[in-house]
Design a protein around this ligand. Structure first.
Ligand code: NCD
Ligand code: ZN
Length: 337
């Protein structure tokens, strides 16, 4: 095959940032995707409707004429008022929960996991049909954090059987197994976790541009992720977790966590899915599953990729992308609306 068309590709976990960074990265996602689930971890995080509206306006302004729908999220708080959530439920696609301090700009997240304490917000979300997205990591040893969080996913899934819970950017075989144990658990998988293991990050010279949370894991974990992504398991969907940081924040002592993949995501996914004979399932992984899980109907956009080399730029503005300076076998050749 030398050409593939992806209809309404969706990026269901996307960091667009704000200010100058937003201006530089938002058009890159808006060019190739039809929509994206926009993460709320700004400083300060998005916790009320005025902040959400003005952030959405800034995103729309940054993407200009591109046809791209930002699906907005609020930053989880355990004491959201039910009436407030009812009044905003049409304008938000999900609420994103971060354990406090676990990743970039998550200081205002949840401390400890007392389900009773979280219940007012979770109960209202369940009743109103607002999905809950979770950055599922404990504060334990870095390689075990996601595994240690699984019992929390399971108690939440049991306590709120009608609440859709999305395990964000899963990285382990244990998470893949948990998916099938509870009807209301779903997951996003990133591009970079399908491609790399911890060896690529720290096995040789340290690679700051591949350092992210959750950290890439073992080969057998990547294998489990690949299996469900390549078969487009109906409970998994693509979420890049594209998380731009300026070069000087990555190539520094105290390297910021996040891999920037937005502009290479589709060419790299096609390259990978082709290599593993899974191209026929890419449409479902990168769009159809997310549409069904979130019940969304994104703007029409047909992205054609052809088997021609994409030379990945060294930088997009201040940000070094994954695969900077390297070549991918596929590139985007046209976009039709
Ligand atoms: C993300 C960021 O930079 O906002 N970083 C990351 O390593 N993935 C936050 C997140 O999703 O954890
Ligand atoms: Zn993220």
């Amino acid at each position: 095959m030398t050409e593939i068309v992806l209809n309404e590709p969706l990026d269901m976990h996307l960091h667009l940032r704000d200010g100058k960074m937003l201006q530089s990265v938002a058009p890159l996602s808006a060019y190739s995707f039809s929509g994206g689930l926009i993460m709320p971890n700004l400083i300060p995080p998005i916790t009320d409707i005025d902040m959400l509206h003005s952030y959405r306006d800034r995103i729309k302004q940054a993407i200009g004429d591109e046809k791209f729908l930002p699906y907005m999220t609020l930053f989880f708080k355990s004491n959201y008022d039910r009436d407030f959530l009812a009044s905003v439920s049409d304008e938000i696609t999900a609420i994103k929960l971060y354990p406090a301090g676990i990743t970039t700009n998550s200081e205002g997240g949840v401390q400890g996991f007392d389900i009773d304490e979280l219940s007012p917000t979770l109960g209202a979300m369940s009743d109103l049909g607002i999905p809950l997205c979770i950055h599922g990591e404990s504060s334990g040893f870095v390689m075990d954090r996601e595994k240690e969080f699984i019992p929390i996913y399971e108690s939440l899934a049991r306590a709120f059987p009608n609440l859709k819970i999305v395990m964000e950017h899963i990285t382990t075989a244990n998470s893949v197994e948990a998916l099938d144990r509870y009807e209301n658990l779903y997951a996003t998988i990133t591009l970079h976790h399908l491609l790399i293991t911890l060896d690529d990050v720290a096995g040789g010279m340290l690679q700051p541009h591949l350092f992210c949370k959750p950290i890439a894991k073992r080969p057998e974990d990547r294998e489990a992720l690949r299996r469900v992504a390549f078969e487009a398991h109906p409970k998994v969907m693509f979420g890049s977790d594209s998380a731009p940081h300026p070069q000087n924040a990555k190539e520094a002592p105290g390297c910021a966590a996040g891999v920037f993949t937005a502009p290479i995501a589709l060419p790299a996914l096609v390259t990978l899915f082709e290599e593993y004979g899974a191209l026929d399932n890419l449409q479902r992984f990168v769009s159809d599953n997310a549409k069904a899980i979130y019940g969304i109907n994104p703007p029409t956009k047909a992205v054609t990729l052809t088997k021609e080399l994409m030379k990945v730029p060294q930088k997009y503005g201040e940000v070094v992308p994954m695969y900077a300076g390297e070549e991918l076998s596929w590139s985007i050749s046209s976009i039709n609306y």
